[in-house]
Ligand binder design. Structure first.
Ligand code: FRU
Length: 492
């Protein structure tokens, strides 16, 4: 669809809390179990937390149009990740310090108060950007009071300093705030502030001890603390979205990519020490097409849960996304639990999503071609491999998942909705393929390999939206395939 022909929705900007939301977005590509805006645009997940009995999920939100012209914080909450309450817009860009956008940030809970941290984006008449790191608080999780900016401007950085992620560090009894930043020489960085009281924030500089340039800007930094399930070591995993990183081999083929480094957080100095001293061990979090700007939080039971935006793409491709005809664009990933296994970040769908499971069908997959109708367009397909061989799975008229046994190489392809061309992502598996877990949702696919060892996600827009799965394999394959229909999220 040409960009100019999409319907831009118009809503009264003064309406309290933005437009009313109903349960679903519209059209053939409407998502069943991914969080979407019912109308308008969604991007990064924000302010993830557990507060007064609810998981709160905020997100970058333009309720007025399917473009990036307005940035508010949209808001839903849930007790079980199956039933959601759509809440009014939490933060609007209606103050001098956030007049051009309430940009991304995180949340913490302290003394029964919810603190939201965000970047107030401002631009002057000449288009020059000044960013303010701001706080808003709430005592009920529904109404928010803005407290305004809390940090000073940084002389060694441009106006691109944003996306505060805050956590409590028991070792030094205070809170760290990480910010994605761009140095004056136009290279990317992450800087830290520290506070003992959430009011006064001391600047502590770059979190890195080495000065190796990487990209021109880093967005949405996140520090995740996990115990490695193999070595038993407590580690810090730094997850960030650097812009301007060139492709290397099979990696970094999207406009922007999200990466991680495993290391140690030094609470005394506010430095992150990667295990291998530099960026050499950096890895892509998701090997698919649009995953970007993830954020995590710690659930009351200790699980680290992450959402990400699905997602970022080139502006001309974004303008051509067919859901714009139905007045909505983009969604989040399903919530994924993060684990560290032998130095590698694993991501698995959180257990609560089992609550969406409906009827299932299964088959013994061998060399015979098969074709399954996956009714309902929301399905989980799990394959357990006993004997490996080359195989291919085809979804609708659009997506291919392919495995080359001799090379141990998994590939994913879809037809680009703008160019009409097939495009591929390739993943060299480090271990033998044992299990594949596909989550299909009308116009998106999330792939989890070997219990989350490798993860890849994509958007796709089938011409004939049926959700039909076909499989082909060479002689030796022995596998069991189970397809389970998934219920839609309920909204109240
Ligand atoms: C990442 C990002 C953030 C920014 C937000 C604005 O997608 O560019 O850096 O805060 O989106 O919507």
């Amino acid at each position: 669809m040409p960009a100019g022909s999409c319907a831009i929705i118009k809503v009264d900007k003064n309406q309290k809390g933005g437009p009313a939301m109903s349960s679903r977005n519209k059209g053939p590509y409407a998502q069943h179990f991914h969080l979407t805006p019912e109308q308008g645009l969604l991007n990064d997940p924000n302010g993830l937390c557990y507060f007064q009995g609810y998981y709160h999920i905020f997100y970058q939100y333009n309720p007025y149009a399917t473009d990036h012209s307005t940035k508010y914080w949209g808001h839903v909450r849930t007790k079980d990740f199956v039933t959601y309450e759509q809440l009014p817009v939490a933060l609007k860009s209606d103050d001098w310090f956030d007049k051009n956008g309430v940009y991304s940030g995180g949340a913490i809970v302290h003394e029964d108060t919810l603190y939201l941290f965000y970047t107030g984006n401002t631009k002057d008449e000449a288009g020059r950007r000044t960013s303010y790191q701001c706080i808003a608080t709430s005592t009920d999780g529904l109404h928010f009071t803005k407290l305004g900016p809390v940090t000073e401007q940084l002389p060694d950085y441009t106006g691109h300093v944003r996306d505060p992620k805050v956590w409590y560090d028991a070792t030094v009894q205070g809170w760290w705030m990480l910010l994605g930043a761009q140095r004056l020489d136009k290279t990317g960085d992450t800087v830290a502030f520290f506070s003992k009281d959430l009011k006064d924030w001391d600047y502590r500089g770059s979190i890195f001890q080495f000065d190796q340039p990487l990209g021109y800007m880093w967005e949405c930094p996140d520090m995740v603390f996990l115990t490695d399930e193999v070595t038993g070591q407590d580690k810090a995993v730094f997850i960030f979205s650097p812009q301007g990183v060139d492709p290397i081999g099979d990696s970094y083929h999207n406009i922007f990519n999200t990466t991680y480094l495993v290391g140690t957080w030094d609470s005394q100095t506010g430095r992150f020490l990667p295990d291998n001293a530099d960026f050499a061990d950096m890895k892509e979090c998701d090997r698919g097409f649009e995953y970007y700007a993830p954020q995590s939080f710690v659930a009351p039971d200790g699980r680290v849960i992450q959402y990400s935006w699905m997602g970022i793409t080139w502006p001309d491709q974004e303008a051509a996304i067919p859901t714009r005809q139905d007045d909505w664009i983009h969604h989040l990933t399903i919530p994924r639990q993060l684990r560290l296994v032998d130095g590698k970040l694993y991501q698995t769908p959180i257990a609560e999503l089992e609550g969406l499971a409906g009827a299932s069908q299964s088959l013994a997959w061998t060399s015979a071609d098969f074709r399954l109708d996956l009714a309902g367009r929301a399905q989980r397909v799990q394959v357990d491999f006993e004997t490996l061989a080359d195989w291919e799975l085809f979804l609708d008229d659009n997506v291919t998942v392919k495995y080359q046994a001799a090379q141990g190489r998994l590939s994913l392809a879809r037809f680009n909705w703008l160019t009409g061309l097939q495009e591929w992502r390739h993943m060299q598996l480090e271990e033998e393929l044992k299990h594949l877990d596909l989550w299909l949702d009308a116009s998106s696919l999330e792939v989890f390999v070997n219990g989350g060892q490798v993860v890849a996600s994509l958007r796709y827009f089938a011409k004939e939206p049926l959700t039909r799965l076909e499989g082909k394999a060479s002689a030796d394959l022995q596998a069991k395939l189970v397809a389970t229909q998934l219920e839609a999220h309920q909204y109240i």
